[in-house]
Design a protein around this ligand. Sequence first.
Ligand SMILES: [Zn+2]
Length: 313
Amino acid sequence: MDQDLLAALDIGGTKIAGALVDGEGRVLLRARRPTPAREPGGTVMGAVAEVLGELRAAPQWGRVAAVGVGSAGPVNAGRGTVSPVNIPGWRDYPLVAGVRERVGELPVTLVGDGVAITAAEHWQGAARGRDNVLCMVVSTGVGGGLVLGGRLHPGPTGNAGHIGHLSVELGGEPCPCGARGCVEGFASGPNIARRALADGWRPGPDGAAGAAAVAAAARAGDPVATASFERAARALAASIAATAALVEIDLAVIGGGVAQAGEVLFAPLRRTLKEYATLSFVRHLEVVPAGTGTDAGLVGAAAACREVLGRPE
Ligand SMILES: [Zn+2]
């Protein structure tokens, strides 16, 4: 039988998802466990093993050609280790070795989750057919990845495109990463909500105080909520323009929960991008919403190992 399937793992601070993915990017079978994020490293690996066990028990497992792993970062693809900020039990944790132990001879590829989502967008989403793209995930944090010269560009350790920690305000607020004025401090969902609350926005009767509630208020015309999205958009615009100037991308794809705000985010983003992307070779930079949905992490993990295997389109 053909080895026409890929196994994918998407590991985050909340859930560990696994899937078998076919050559068209369709998810055939899934498995999922909550991440025991506060437990020791071995316990977290146990949950990964359970997900892999479920996939291996499937009759289609014999068709699997390779295993792709996308993990919350930082990751070290060269060493096969991960140190996800939200999983304290994993510091330089040998995730690839742990996966290999359970999948036999199959090749295993590790990438950061931002790179995985970029691979998904390039394969099946809004970056399809495009050669020079920045993909961003704007959610609880802000991550991203790059397609350069038509190929995924994970970088030596699998973290390239980590745009959330580009500084856009030199003397800005300290960031948990240790730097100051990072994009994430303006544009992540929790930071959009935090700034709106600090500036006097108050949640409605349902008590919801997240970025989605701020987006709803902005849509209804609340000026403080609107201003918080404007700040987020401006930070994103500055970082996208900087990336374009540096490596000549002509498309930025924005996904993640905050992108669900739609025009509340995209309208000021397109407007402010014109203020920052001024050089002749970046002026035509486009910004579009992501095309892949909730399976992007899994499809991306599969896409990343597909690129490594060097399969044709
Ligand atoms: Zn930072």
